[in-house]
Design a protein. Structure first.
Length: 242
């Protein structure tokens, strides 16, 4: 797990007006709560915070917040963004207790899809049904992300949560379905239609007689009958002329 540190400053002013003034000076308002200490309003450098939020690990790691010379272990719990500006309106952090389990969402990283039977043999597309998962663990066991191995995924099949290999000390928090689908493999429609068209064309080629192939006996008889009729017509024309 990465060790990420950031600096915050205690603030004495609260309210919308104070927060607006703070944002105009390049600061972002926030709060840190939890543990045995009362919630503490804080402010952070806005640009540094925006940069930190681009790091996936910042959202799913134990962070070290330095404030007034003291270091506190916290988790990022909520970020409120402006509706259309790249601006943080408010950010929440939670203090952690090393001896108490925490409930977190962590990202999923999908690996080995290119060597799976679905992709390598059938040319299927792997769909990531879930991109993050709820877990429960002690702070020391919190992973930045969880790898999802797709090496055995086959066409038309799905990978469920129960088939994932979880890090030691980590359990999945079930919500809704007991064993939800994490990823599935489907062959693109264009490939299916191309294969069906090739199969139909092959069947048509087998059904049609090859060029130069001998005609059936009844077809030959029909041709001979037609030739005889044509000869009789020609004889009658010659008799009339005489």
């Amino acid at each position: 797990m990465a060790s990420i540190e950031f600096t915050a400053f205690a603030r004495n002013t609260e309210g919308r007006g104070a927060s607006r003034r703070m944002r105009r000076t390049g600061k972002a308002p926030g709060i840190v709560y939890g543990g045995t200490v009362a919630p503490t309003p804080i402010e952070l450098d806005h640009n540094a915070l925006i940069h930190a939020l681009r790091n996936e690990a910042f959202h799913a790691s134990i962070l070290t917040m330095k404030i007034d010379g003291a270091a506190t272990k916290v988790l990022l719990r909520d970020v409120q963004m402006h509706p259309f500006k790249n601006e943080v309106m408010h950010v929440d952090f939670q203090r952690i207790d090393e001896n108490r389990k925490i409930h977190m969402k962590v990202p999923l990283h999908f690996v080995n899809a290119e060597v799976s039977p679905a992709v390598k043999v059938s040319g299927a597309i792997v769909s990531h049904v879930m991109t993050e998962i709820d877990i429960n663990c002690l702070p020391k066991d919190l992973p930045e992300f969880i790898d999802v191995d797709l090496s055995e995924l086959d066409t038309g099949h799905s990978l469920h949560v129960s088939a994932m290999k979880l890090p030691a000390g980590v359990t999945v928090v079930s919500t809704g379905k007991l064993d939800p689908v994490v990823a599935t493999a489907v062959v693109p429609k264009a490939i299916v239609e191309t294969e069906e068209g090739e199969a139909a064309a092959a069947e048509g080629a087998v059904a049609a007689p090859a060029e130069g192939e001998a005609k059936p006996a009844d077809a030959k008889a029909a041709d001979k009958g037609g030739d005889k009729k044509d000869e009789k017509k020609d004889d009658k024309k010659d008799d009339k002329k005489k």
